[in-house]
Design a protein around this ligand. Structure first.
Ligand code: ZN
Length: 56
């Protein structure tokens, strides 16, 4: 099933899901896994203008 959430760039308005990539925000650690590796909060990066923004 394709159940992609639609995101929209807050800067340029890009809505193409191919251009909006989910990337880890390494400044925001959500928690550490049992192996001790950090799990980062994800945010969306716009391939059009380079802006990053939070999922909401
Ligand atoms: Zn953009």
């Amino acid at each position: 099933m394709t159940d992609y959430k639609r995101f929209k760039c807050t800067k340029c308005g890009e809505e193409n899901p191919r251009k909006l990539q989910e990337v880890p925000d390494k400044t925001q650690v959500l928690y550490y896994s049992m192996q001790g590796t950090p799990v980062y909060k994800k945010h969306i990066k716009c391939g059009n203008c380079g802006n990053t923004f939070d999922k909401s």
